[in-house]
Design a protein around this ligand. Structure first.
Ligand code: ADP
Ligand code: MG
Length: 272
């Protein structure tokens, strides 16, 4: 068998589809550019590894459960001066994942907690990490579902697997014993595995007694959550309300368009 055919067959049997598809092009470019054997092999295998990475990112993104797509670049730091921009950019380097540092965003509704959590997850996804975004109320609802269907450990194992877990909106409703126990187990196991959690809450630390009425449980949870952690307290106004106010204060120019900063913008009320 010719080396060419044998190589093609090997790529096929190894399921290196991208490399197999690119083989003729790579060989052609190697000939015209007089590439060395090493460079040619490198080029071919790089095509395969990149294609696999993209496939993994796509699959992970599908399972990530993101509520929307917002990036760090889209975050207007000037609108939220209480946020330490450098700290957020450091989180964007994803070192916290390897260090197992938990990230906690605290603040009133609309200040960008979920946006920042999603933006960090998007960076992690691009690097090939498996991530999960889930709200506390969804955890409670799905857990009840799994228990009813005879699979009581399913929720916990789903929350342990991803490299980064976002638990969004803790604190809107107090947690009953079952929910608090599940939250404790997630935090405890991930703490011991040094797998980080990103958490958002509208409650300050002082108000956590209202979320988890059992004091012993609350202390045990906070103890593990905070040991390796960074808390970002966001003060200030809701971004959504700010937009509304800006529109409210803007004036309508002669063409019927809203005018802001001298530029006319289409009037688009934001849904609250
Ligand atoms: P919450 O703090 O309640 O989780 P979100 O993060 O969901 O609020 O923010 C509400 C909306 O406002 C989102 O669409 C988000 O993208 C936007 N937003 C909030 N803060 C900013 C900001 N500083 N720059 C750009 N968009 C922002
Ligand atoms: Mg939110």
């Amino acid at each position: 068998m010719l080396a060419y055919e044998s190589l093609r067959e090997s790529l096929n049997r190894l399921e290196m589809t991208a490399a197999e598809n690119a083989l003729d092009n790579v060989l052609e470019s190697a000939r015209t550019n007089e590439l060395s054997i090493l460079d040619t092999m490198d080029k071919l295998l790089r095509i395969e590894t990149e294609a696999r990475h993209e496939r993994r990112v796509l699959g992970n993104t599908r399972f990530a459960g993101l509520p929307y797509r917002r990036t760090l670049e889209e975050f207007e730091f000037s609108a939220q001066p209480s946020i330490d921009k450098e700290l957020i950019e450091r989180l964007g380097t994803l070192r916290f994942i390897e260090e197992g540092t938990n990230v906690i965003f605290l603040g009133p509704p609309g200040v960008g907690k979920t946006h920042l959590a999603v933006a960090i997850l998007l960076k992690a996804l691009n690097e090939g990490y498996r991530v999960l975004f889930i709200s506390m109320s969804t955890i409670i609802r799905k857990n009840a579902d799994y228990i009813r269907k005879g699979n009581p450990s399913r929720m916990l194992s789903n929350l342990i697997k991803p490299a980064v877990l976002v638990i969004d909106e803790i604190g809107y409703t107090p947690l009953d014993n079952e929910a608090a126990t599940l939250l404790f187990d997630v935090i405890d196991i991930r703490y011991r595995k040094r797998k980080p959690i990103i958490l958002t809450s509208n409650k300050s630390w002082g108000q956590w007694g209202e979320i988890i009425p059992d004091r012993v449980m609350a202390t045990a949870i906070l103890d593990r959550l905070l040991h390796y952690s960074v808390t970002i307290n966001i003060a200030g106004d809701s971004y959504r309300l700010r937009e509304h106010r800006e529109f409210g204060l803007g004036c309508i120019n002669r063409s019927g368009k809203e005018e802001r900063d001298g530029k006319s913008v289409a009037f688009k009320p934001t849904k609250l």
